[in-house]
Design a binder for this molecule. Structure first.
Ligand code: ADP
Ligand code: ASP
Ligand code: MG
Length: 464
């Protein structure tokens, strides 16, 4: 059995969906289970429309709903030919659009838009997409059935990025999908969405369909999990910004997780977790070029071919520094910093402290900076008044540039080559961090310099 997840671009237009049909058909002997995203751009449009609704911009809400209807109905019109089935899908879509319009109306009336409402609104993207995919497959002679993952994936109530209750979820997935697979019906499962015990709709975080793909694949004990996307595989850098980026034939789970955490958008960072536990390989493949072998993500990396696998960057960050001569040798300062940040729910992405202990730097998302600085100023109010701590300093916008590769472990010179590549590009490094796992070297630079640094590292260290 193979679990196949199709991303937004892969289900985004008539031609792509025909390709999905032929990919599923040619893999029928694998007993495929399909997980799919919303059509490309739809989730963004839904979230944007919610913002228009809360501002009571009814004209824009109306325009967006019309555009979404047009997009989906055009697909049904072109690809679902059997009249009864077409009628059924059109009725289903119309009902979903009516519900969606009601939600926007509710948001407008209340002038209130919670993350919980955003999840309910966003869920329509995957529902509409998967309903039509199941119909399209059935229409071309491949028995398929739409499965709403909210009946399978049980989560907590952390809307926007809910955590999965695996014991419940795995059981439900097996119960619901195995019988379909056994009777040779392809399940078409919505990615990205789940529900709480009370039946409230949640999402697994942006790009979360990859995660659903591996949750389903692992629960079913699939032989492999295939993530179909719009590039040939995981590449040495983001191909949109680095022209010479090349495909990596094989990387490890840890490398993939590290890269995606630091901005390689091609796969969601949590995707690797269920696969690691059950030892199932993940393959990244291109719907535009299905015969390409893609990238295999498994327990071992292929370090012979390339030591440093990839350079990524993540923008939109702020550097918060706590500085002062009075901090030197005083126990507990770091503990107070992290406790204060945890109190206001700020996630720390990178930490750096030089051994002089004169300065502790934390890198956090820009949207959390104001909250973090306020809390830290309150925490260190007395120390600041006594001048043992100078002040809490903030620098933004910043980017983390990360170099990833398991082969770097124990190998001298990679850090040196990385720093000199960045220096050659004329970019100033603001802070550095390397974990003792030596899987990753992270550099903090000003956001305006990030692309230059990535390109230089790519050319001089990754693909030299
Ligand atoms: P999907 O809709 O299929 O989930 P995404 O847009 O989420 O697709 O992810 C695929 C995109 O990720 C590619 O088109 C590419 O621009 C981007 N990307 C960023 N970093 C990398 C990388 N290191 N390797 C491959 N693609 C990358
Ligand atoms: N449709 C969702 C998003 O755009 C989930 C996904 O595509 O993986 O974030
Ligand atoms: Mg994606």
């Amino acid at each position: 059995m193979i679990t196949m997840k199709f991303g937004g671009t892969s289900v985004g237009d008539i031609q792509r969906l025909q390709e999905v049909g032929s990919i599923v058909r040619s893999n029928l002997f694998h007993n495929p289970v399909v997980v799919a995203s919303a059509m490309g751009g739809v989730t963004n449009t839904l979230l944007e429309t919610a913002q228009f609704a809360v501002r009571r911009d009814t004209a824009r809400v109306g325009n967006n709903i019309e555009a979404l209807k047009k997009k989906h109905f055009a697909i049904v019109d072109a690809l679902v030919r059997q009249p009864e089935r077409k009628k059924e899908v059109i009725e289903g879509h119309s009902q979903n659009f009516e519900e969606l319009s009601n939600l926007f109306h509710g948001v407008s009336l209340l002038r209130e838009l919670s993350i919980r409402s955003l999840d309910a609104i966003a869920s329509f993207g995957e529902i509409l997409s998967c309903v039509q995919i199941a119909a399209i497959l059935t229409d071309c002679g491949i028995p398929a059935e739409f499965v709403d993952s909210r009946t399978l994936v049980r989560t907590d109530a952390r809307f926007g990025e809910a955590a999965v209750d695996f014991s419940f979820t795995n059981e439900r997935i097996r119960e619901r999908l195995m019988p379909l697979v056994e009777k040779k019906t392809v399940p078409v499962v919505t990615g990205f969405i789940g529900s709480t015990e009370d039946g409230l709709t949640t999402t697994l975080g942006r790009s979360g369909s990859d995660y659903t793909g591996s949750i389903v694949g692992a629960a079913l004990g699939s032989e492999e999990i295939w993530i179909w996307t719009d590039v040939d595989g995981v590449m040495t850098a983001d191909p949109r910004y680095v022209k010479g980026a090349v495909v990596l034939p094989q990387i490890s789970y840890r490398e993939a997780a590290e890269m995606s955490y630091f901005g390689a958008k091609v796969i969601h960072p949590k995707t690797m977790l269920p696969a690691i536990e059950s030892g199932i390989p993940i393959r990244i493949k291109n719907t535009f070029n299905p015969s390409h072998p893609g990238t295999l993500i498994a327990s071992v990396s292929n370090s012979v071919e390339r030591i440093v696998k990839n350079v990524t960057s993540i923008d939109g960050l702020g550097l918060v520094a706590v500085e002062g001569n009075g901090m030197v040798g005083v126990p507990g300062v770091s503990a107070r910093i992290f406790t204060a940040l945890a109190r206001v729910q700020v996630n720390v992405m990178m930490i750096s402290q030089a051994s002089s202990e004169h300065n502790v730097c934390v890198v956090i998302p820009q949207q959390d900076c104001a909250r973090a600085v306020k809390e830290l100023r309150a925490e260190f109010e007395i120390d600041i008044a006594r001048r043992t701590i100078d002040d809490i300093k903030l620098q933004e916008p910043m980017s983390i540039v990360a170099v990833v590769g398991e082969g770097m472990k124990g190998l001298r010179g990679i850090a040196g080559r990385t720093f000199s590549a960045v220096a050659k590009a004329g970019v100033n490094i603001v802070a550095i961090a390397q974990g003792s796992s030596e899987l990753n070297i992270s550099l903090l630079v000003e956001q305006a310099d990030a692309r230059k640094a990535v390109a230089a590292i790519h050319d001089l260290v990754v693909c030299h």
